[in-house]
Design a binder for this molecule. Sequence first.
Ligand SMILES: Cc1cc2nc3c(=O)[nH]c(=O)nc-3n(C[C@H](O)[C@H](O)[C@H](O)COP(=O)(O)OP(=O)(O)OC[C@H]3O[C@@H](n4cnc5c(N)ncnc54)[C@H](O)[C@@H]3O)c2cc1C
Length: 498
Amino acid sequence: MTTAESRAPGPGGPGETTLLPGTPGGAWRGSEYIASLKDDREIWCEGRRVDVTGDPGFTPMLTTLAGLYDAQHLPDRAEQMLYRSETSGNRVSLSYLAPADRDALSRKWANSHRWAESSHGQLSRIPDFMSNVVVGLYDFRHQLAEVDARFASNAENYYHYARENDLTLTHGLGDPQIDRSATPAQRPELGLRVVRRGEDGIVVRGAKQIATLAPYAHEVLIYLSPANYLREDPSYVCWFAAPLASPGLRVLCRSSYTGSGGLAGRYDEQDAMLVFDDVFVPMDRVFLLDDSQVAVRGFAELNKWSLYTGQVRYYHRLRTLLGVASLLAQAIGVNKFRQVTDLLGELTSYVEIVRLGLEAIDAESRPTASGLLAPGSTAALDAVAGRFSSRASEIIRQIGASGLIMQPSEGDLGTASLRPALDTYMCGREMSADEKSRIFRLAADLAVDRFGMRQELYETWNRGDPARVRSMLYDRYPDLRRCEAGARDLAEGRMDHT
Ligand SMILES: Cc1cc2nc3c(=O)[nH]c(=O)nc-3n(C[C@H](O)[C@H](O)[C@H](O)COP(=O)(O)OP(=O)(O)OC[C@H]3O[C@@H](n4cnc5c(N)ncnc54)[C@H](O)[C@@H]3O)c2cc1C
């Protein structure tokens, strides 16, 4: 029996239980979460079909996630990370809270900080991210009703189902990278599309690139990115949710980084191509069809809360990078040199800009049309995130220099005959060879090796094409006309009349 079957929603609406008898419901504990992934999912990695609950390339990350799920139940954290569902009475994750007032929003953000802090900002798609997209879907339901009343009730029911079952979700928005100059009319395989539809559901065919966390997720939520919303053919516009174990859905993972050890040994959240070979999606899991205008409006609406939590996670990652850079400088005694403190100060400014940005965006929270409270726009932070991140890595490489390559391994450190040489030549300024090498190897993980380079790619691209993000920020900047008027005044020698 698949996870989806064992935890399928009852036929009733959100007021009724959405769990079958015998399932615990509410926020996962680690062991329950791991067991929930033992289903018929088709996960492929390096030419092999793998069981993520038993394969050494996947179990370390699974253990990390299980630990994060367990941590929510710790006595000192439960109040900050869980709340009582008003429908089931279960303790559910605050990631799924649909906040209606300031107090609720603050509780929600405190939970996001907890998730991100617990993983040192290393897990870009901790479950907290997609849970907040489901909150966005719920909030957008009234506009979905304009297309079809069923879509609105499906979105509402799905919110309750996901919350009560603490679903871990992945999402795949982009099209496969085949030929960006062609259109789906020329090559249908360029986009995911509906190939059959009936009263009971739709059948979808195509692929999505890329879905982070996919092998560890219960379900995938499909909705369109703004880059591909305006299709000539409405069959390419489809929003839906499907279990990872859906017949016909194959998850093609990139090579596992886990074997490299270090951070990759604990935090390889994976990225995957999702291939839909005529996957049936029941109608109660379909949220939108055909209407590209509603799809593009909805994209930003669905992401309101998740983009904020994404910035919270990013903030904690930047703090980690700052901590590492500072320790590198101390380790080799360059932490008082002016050009090094200049670099460290620059990195500190990025951390502060993001912290202040988060506070300002929170202060700009506004009620939504459906009565929830949503944060202001993250667009300005999104526009610079990739650049700050790349620069932070560059700063680490600048400070660490050759030491990022030349460090003893754990094997060297444990070899008695090497110790005198290591303790003499590979120690730092007031720092043992052991501590120094661990800090430098961590820095290399973050700023030199495959794991860190993948993170940097993620920071650059995960919010969509940064050129598009920046262009839209400029196009929609509400104060632009006044900026231009001021410039004209100055050019003409006029005084300020504002
Ligand atoms: C590590 C990582 C994890 C990710 N995780 C997820 C995830 O979980 N879910 C998800 O949905 N997405 C995810 N993404 C995908 C991300 O959303 C895309 O990378 C992003 O939208 C850009 O699309 P693309 O990678 O296909 O690049 P492309 O669109 O193929 O772009 C390639 C290059 O061509 C340029 N280009 C493309 N089209 C145009 C155009 N029309 N005009 C001008 N220039 C153009 C781009 O600027 C870029 O330089 C992830 C990406 C990365 C790197």
